[in-house]
Write a protein that binds this ligand. Structure first.
Ligand code: SME
Length: 159
């Protein structure tokens, strides 16, 4: 199956699961399950959400699929996760060994994408995906992951 066909199918699955879910947590769990199962190079998929009212601000691991990570709480000045949340920008790292910001979660990880989730214009968390393959996240992957982050943001806005 061509990659673009799979991405289109997965996008439709995400749309359907968001419509069928009653809470943002359910959407997050579904996104983790679908992306991990269907996108073969997405070896760890998880959500970090900003802890409400925390000083200093802290990203806390919520739904995820993949091996347990030592990084369950990440301050905004650490890691690729902290950089994405503090800048409000998607970060794609093709080779994590060359990025000094990278916090290792698994020795097998070669590339990573982190996409912020916005709720009413403010960063509320992010979707983080690691791959055992270098440069696993191309333009279409980036669009798919951004779509998933938007779907979760919209569900949170309705909560
Ligand atoms: N690699 C991330 C930490 C989270 S784990 O990958 C699950 C980072 O550099 O922020």
């Amino acid at each position: 199956m061509p990659v673009s066909t799979r991405i289109e199918e997965v996008r439709n699955e995400i749309t359907a699961l968001a419509q069928a879910s009653s809470t943002a947590t359910e959407v997050m769990q579904g996104v983790c399950r679908v992306l991990h199962q269907r996108m073969l190079k997405y070896n760890w998929v998880g959500f970090y959400m900003l802890e409400s009212g925390a000083t200093p601000p802290m990203l806390v691991l919520e739904a995820f699929v993949g091996a347990m990570t030592p990084h369950t709480r990440i301050p905004l000045n650490q890691g690729i996760c902290g950089a994405a949340a503090s800048s409000g920008k998607t970060i794609v790292v093709d080779d994590v060994s060359k990025d000094p910001r990278y916090l290792a979660c698994s020795l097998e990880t070669k590339s990573e994408i982190v996409v912020p989730i916005f709720v009413r214009g403010q960063v509320a968390g992010e979707l983080d995906i690691d791959s055992h393959f270098a440069a696993a996240f191309g333009t279409e992957d980036q669009q798919l992951v951004q779509y998933c982050a938007e779907v979760v943001g919209k569900k949170l806005e309705k909560a």
